[in-house]
Design a protein around this ligand. Structure first.
Ligand code: ADP
Ligand code: ADP
Length: 229
């Protein structure tokens, strides 16, 4: 299980300006759907609604038929792994930040996840490289490195539903390719929602939805969408 459905979802941060204008789609359990489209189309809003950073104002989001508003936030978030665009880390070691994904994980599991996300070398560092108690300790993480911490966290968490919001956007091309393999591993057999800018980065997804101005402009397989582009 882990089927995610959006049923005619409408949402506005500010009542004057609708962001999502009636979005319906389904991610069958274990399948992957990509949402692509220009900046400002409302792509990230979709992931924020699923994780319940905000609630839908009209329509509904269900997981295995159950409205996400009827699930406790704790159990909802336990079933979803988020790799957000801007990862905000706890001011604690990278090890702590990864372990947060599954607090019961062993030391070896945490280290393996860190290695898969290629941050094994600085697992003892602090995100901003500074500890007021002990002074300098480690390095200041770049946006891409923070994103890799979020990826390691989700590798460890291994949730049934995975949301990857521009998960490789802050990474350079060489790292992106290697991290992509880790992400493929993460999404294998899981319900996966991928948010991306460009069609070229979501070739492997089962369905692609093109979002424009809060509406679904196009949907289909990668091959079909490439042929009409
Ligand atoms: P995308 O991910 O497609 O770039 P977003 O979902 O992030 O788009 O944003 C869609 C629109 O909603 C944008 O115009 C953005 O400025 C606006 N928006 C995003 N977050 C907020 C917020 N917290 N408050 C008000 N407007 C927001
Ligand atoms: P929990 O609900 O289990 O405490 P969080 O919601 O704090 O978990 O964090 C889960 C993931 O979502 C983390 O990767 C975190 O960086 C990310 N996250 C937390 N808050 C936000 C936010 N406001 N916007 C985007 N991502 C966030």
């Amino acid at each position: 299980d882990g089927t995610v459905e959006f049923h005619d979802v409408k949402f506005a941060y500010d009542r004057q300006r609708p962001i999502l204008k009636g979005i319906s789609f389904k991610v069958p359990a274990g399948k992957s759907v990509a949402i692509v489209g220009p900046s400002g189309a409302g792509k990230s809003t979709i992931s924020r609604l699923l994780y319940r950073f905000y609630d839908v104002q009209d329509g509904a989001i269900t997981i295995d038929g159950q409205d996400v508003r009827d699930v406790t936030q704790k159990s909802l978030r336990a079933s979803i792994g988020m790799v957000p665009q801007d990862t905000v880390l706890f001011n604690d070691t990278i090890r702590y930040n990864i372990r947060y994904g599954r607090p019961t994980a062993t030391k070896e599991e945490v280290e393996k996840a860190a290695e898969m996300a290629q941050i094994g070398d600085f697992i003892q560092s602090l995100p901003d490289g500074y500890d007021s108690m002990v002074g300098e300790r480690g390095l200041k993480l770049s946006g891409g490195e923070k994103q890799r911490v979020a990826i390691a966290r989700t590798i460890l968490k291994a949730p049934p539903i995975q949301v990857l919001d521009e998960a490789t956007s802050a990474l350079d091309t060489a790292t992106e390719q290697e991290i992509q393999q880790a992400l493929d591993y993460v999404s294998e057999g899981r319900t996966t929602l991928v948010i991306a800018h460009r069609l070229s980065t979501v070739i492997g997804c089962d369905e692609i939805i093109v979002l424009r101005d809060g509406m679904i402009a196009e949907r289909g397989t990668h091959t079909r969408l490439m042929s009409i582009e």
